[in-house]
Design a protein around this ligand. Structure first.
Ligand code: ZN
Length: 463
């Protein structure tokens, strides 16, 4: 006879329910008026393949959570009504599990307070299911995310692409956190996938010209964070690009790889707290290196091209968490001393001046070079040059020590980038292509991350 008892209980509760609804309607429900709960700590760890977000509040009890999904880029949002984030909490929590790129924290709204946790997802698939439970400390809420099991990496398949580009496809790898770069002696490209298991170590030759060998091995044997490395050894250093295609990661190798579509840029706060000054050369009355061919100067001028690269670079650096100052963000003239002075005054961590090269005789010289003046900028210049020639497929004119006024006057680490020759037909065609300018900006960003960032993929002879 449980029914009547239960309904009697329900009847007894009804006046309270009615009152609660009334309170809610006029906004004086006691719960809503309660003081905000302050979140003083937030961290992530892995537990049996799941990602656990541990959130510590100032008082006991589970935090209220509401979730929804947003697209472009795909992300799972967890809102915590009535919660305030302590000001010293990090804005980004790096994670290394399949399917989730990073976790971001922010105060979405202050009155009434709503704290927000955003999980940037690696792919378009279903977002992970989640469940909240109390931690050992009664003030702690554990949000357990059911992350997908990491895929097993198989050796890449090799395809011929357009314009002599060779495509190496790693099936199912798009959801994995990854880093890539190029190493010298012998020239090789590596891709590190975190959280991936290898089907087996692998060494194989490749029929395609330019590629000597493909190897796969376990870079880190840490069972919590296995890192699998794919190495493609080249016959000589060359251009490459990495992008995602559906569920796959594709490494494209070849001089024209730069003209292939770019994948989404995936920032992860790698320049947080760094100050960078971006200096698009010339501007206003000073249009920069002459773009003379037959029949006089041709637009766009150097000042236009480097402004576009500069705006792209500034956006990427900001996405990585850097504080960015541009010496100019429109078509105005700034003096050489004024440019360096901005960097000196800000005590910037890095200064990047952007230019296009030219020579007296059109269609003779071509290629990319990075200049430095002070010795403390030599490594910075080398890192940026290395990324640029790999991403752009231009002729490697090397790193040069020259006392250009703008970098001589900068007392902070500074480089002057000559992206390509504006009066060389092939280089100019590249400079006019937005994908080339975006790649240049990404390559400089990668160089800056290697120079200033905390996470470095350098070294690691690995496989
Ligand atoms: Zn210039």
């Amino acid at each position: 006879m449980a029914g009547p008892v239960a309904s009697a209980r329900l009847r007894a509760w009804r006046p309270f329910l009615v009152l609660s609804v009334l309170w809610a309607a006029i906004g004086v429900l006691p719960v809503a008026a309660a003081a905000a709960r302050v979140i003083s700590q937030a961290g992530v760890h892995e537990r049996a393949g799941d990602l656990v977000l541990a959130v510590l509040a100032d008082r006991e009890g589970l935090l209220e959570l509401k979730s929804f999904v947003l697209d472009n880029p795909p992300r799972l949002v967890l809102d915590l009504p009535g919660a305030v984030l302590a000001s010293d909490l990090p804005a980004v929590l790096p994670v290394e599990v399949a399917g989730i790129r990073q976790v971001r924290l922010g105060q979405f709204q202050s009155d009434p307070p709503i704290a927000r946790i955003v999980l940037d997802l690696a792919g378009e698939g279903d977002p992970p299911a989640w469940e909240a439970s109390p931690g050992d400390d009664p003030r702690e809420t554990l949000i357990v995310l059911d992350t997908c099991p990491a895929p097993v990496l198989e050796p890449p398949t090799v395809e011929k692409g357009e314009q002599g580009v060779v495509l190496l496809r790693l099936a199912g790898a798009a959801s994995l956190p990854r880093e890539f770069g190029c190493l010298k002696e012998p020239p090789r490209i590596y891709l590190d996938f975190t959280g991936a298991a290898l089907a087996a170590s692998y060494t194989g030759s490749c029929e395609e010209k330019g590629i000597r060998e493909i190897r796969m091995g376990q870079q880190s044997a840490d069972p919590e964070h296995p890192v699998s490395r794919v190495v493609v050894e080249l016959r000589e250093a060359g251009a490459y690009t990495v992008f995602t295609d559906g569920d796959d990661v594709v490494l494209a190798i070849g001089e024209n790889a730069w003209s292939l579509p770019l994948g989404d840029y995936l920032p992860s706060g790698r320049l947080k707290g760094r100050k960078v000054v971006v200096d698009p050369g010339h501007g206003g009355k000073d249009s920069g290196a002459p773009a003379f061919f037959r029949g006089g100067p041709q637009e766009p001028f150097e000042k236009d091209i480097v402004l576009d690269i500069g705006l792209r670079l500034a956006a990427l650096l900001k996405a990585e968490g850097a504080e960015v100052t541009m010496t100019r963000d429109d078509d105005t003239y700034v003096s050489l001393s004024g440019r360096a002075e901005i960097a000196n005054r800000l005590k910037a961590d890095a200064f990047v001046s952007l230019h296009c090269n030219s020579c007296d005789k059109p269609d003779t010289l071509c290629g990319t070079s990075v200049y430095f003046d002070h010795q403390h900028s030599a490594r910075f210049a080398a890192l940026v040059q290395n990324e640029l020639v790999a991403a752009l497929g231009t002729v490697d004119k090397g790193v040069r020590n020259a006392n250009f006024a703008v970098i001589r006057r900068a007392r902070v680490p500074g480089v002057l980038v000559e992206t390509a020759f504006i009066n060389h037909k092939e280089d100019r065609a590249r400079l006019l292509h937005p994908r080339f300018r975006e790649r240049a900006a990404r390559a400089i960003t990668a160089g800056l991350i290697r120079f200033l960032g905390t996470k470095s993929a350098e070294g690691g002879a690995g496989t």
